[in-house]
Design a protein around this ligand. Structure first.
Ligand code: EPZ
Length: 425
């Protein structure tokens, strides 16, 4: 397994281009399943999860070609196998996003249950609840969701859906299914993360009739069929937030090209309170930071609140900030896996259930640490950038799932970081 070797203490200076958003590209690749016409997606990030999703749709019979400029061309005209097999789904739970489109277009699908992951059990009961309300009949057999239509139905029909909690991929599954359902669908407590409006805009280009996307109430009028389209994936606000935290922690001055300031208010507000200068400039966001920042308490909530996907990265900043901060993780039940690894670097953190108390220390000392999940990996990289001496981050396949060439981008900003190829796993 590959490792990242980081020698801490360098400031970060220069500019970095933010890639397309992983959490927009994944549903948008699935949206291509809704039509028998070609779909072209630009600004698709180079990630392991995207490679997995391409393998998944090709396994269904979809042609999917990616060029070197981040453009993916898909054609689902000859989709003959509406299935998502366990061996692919177990490595990427976002495969559940194939369920809605397949049932909407073909009336049946067989998608493996994703199983849990490091940050929580990650059930998909709300996906099943919403699609059932739309006329799907989903039973669980041998670890698979086997979906068909309820007796008498030729296609999904519109419904009013209120999920037990806000669910991002649940909202995306319902959006895609409702686009081809008969009649009107209302999503009452829809997710508002920016990846949702981005997906909705793509579906509208395909002929879908959607309004209210980006708010908690979305209305969709189903249509008979959807046509192909060309769409550019929105910039990745979590990659941008990760780089903002890295510069805030290490010090420096960096321009984040393509970052959308309006998607990051909760994070940039906290960074300004901590003492960094963050400004929206033509082409993106510029951050400048020097010296020891002030620790910031926060609690993760659904968008537009502080994103759970930024919790680990900001904690790495709090670890070396001045003062004590309290961090509450309200979305996932086990998203403090980075804490034990940060302790190995000399951090002072106490956790009690969903709350962590971080007492800032003036200096970390490098050590070997282990990545456990995607954002925890990013947190350890940030800590390694500021730790004295060498930090070796192991199991960085977690990082490769969701960050597009992170070490190359950090090295271009002046970080002393290199990939150490591991023994073939
Ligand atoms: C999406 O996951 C993101 N993944 C996650 O990003 C992100 O952390 C999460 O939304 C929250 O913002 C993608 O978009 C591919 P949820 P998702 O459904 O949709 C519970 C990353 O690091 N729930 O919004 O799976 C769930 O357990 C990843 O890029 C149910 O109980 O998250 C959680 O507690 C990690 N039943 C809460 O709701 C369901 O059927 C929110 O989950 C669905 C969700």
């Amino acid at each position: 397994m590959d490792k990242l070797l980081i020698r801490g203490g360098r400031r970060l200076v220069g500019e970095v281009r933010i890639s397309g958003a992983k959490n927009a590209a994944l549903p948008e690749l699935c949206a291509a399943l809704l039509t028998d016409e070609p779909v072209v997606l630009h600004n698709v990030p180079r990630l392991q999860d995207v490679a997995t999703m391409l393998k998944l749709v090709r396994n269904m019979g979809v042609t999917a070609e990616r060029d070197d400029n981040g453009t993916v061309r898909l054609d689902a005209a000859d989709l003959t196998n509406p299935e998502a097999p366990y061996e692919l789904v177990k490595t990427m739970r976002a495969s559940v996003l194939a369920l809605g489109p397949l049932v909407a277009r073909f009336g049946h699908a067989r998608v493996s249950l994703p199983g849990g992951c490091a940050i929580g059990s990650r059930p998909v009961d709300q996906h099943i609840k919403g699609l059932t309300a739309m006329g799907a009949e989903i039973r669980v057999e041998h670890g698979y969701m086997v979906a068909g239509l309820q007796p008498g139905l030729k296609r999904l029909r519109g419904a009013r859906i209120t999920t037990d909690m806000v669910t991002v991929t649940g909202t995306e599954n319902f959006l895609m299914a409702a686009a081809l359902a008969e009649g009107e669908t209302i999503l009452e407590n829809a997710a508002q993360e920016p990846e949702i409006p981005d997906l909705a805009e793509m579906l509208i280009k395909m002929g879908a009739k959607i309004e209210g996307h980006g708010t908690s109430r979305i209305r969709i009028q189903g249509v008979e069929r959807l046509h192909g389209c060309e769409h550019t994936v929105v910039a990745d606000r979590i990659e941008a937030g990760t780089f903002l935290c890295a510069v805030a922690a290490a010090g420096g001055s960096v321009l984040l090209l393509g970052a959308r300031a309006e998607h990051l208010d909760a994070v940039t507000d906290k960074l300004r309170d901590a003492g960094a200068t963050v400004a929206e400039v033509p082409g993106g966001l510029r951050i400048e930071a020097a010296g020891r920042l002030k620790a910031q308490s926060f609690r993760t909530t659904e968008y537009p609140g502080f994103p759970t996907d930024m919790q680990a990265q900001f904690m790495a900043l709090n670890v070396i900030a001045e003062g004590t901060a309290t961090v509450a993780e309200t979305i996932f039940e086990n998203r403090f896996m980075h804490v034990n690894e940060l302790l190995r670097l000399g951090a002072r953190i106490q956790t009690d259930g969903k709350v962590a108390v971080i007492e800032g220390v003036p200096q970390l000392s490098g050590a070997t640490v282990m990545a456990t999940d995607l954002r925890a990996s990013a947190s350890l990289v940030i800590a390694g950038l500021v730790a004295e001496g060498e930090t070796l981050v192991d199991r960085i396949y977690h990082l490769d799932r969701g960050y597009d060439r992170m070490e190359a981008k950090l090295r271009a900003l002046g970080a002393d970081i290199e990939r150490v190829p591991g023994a073939r796993a």
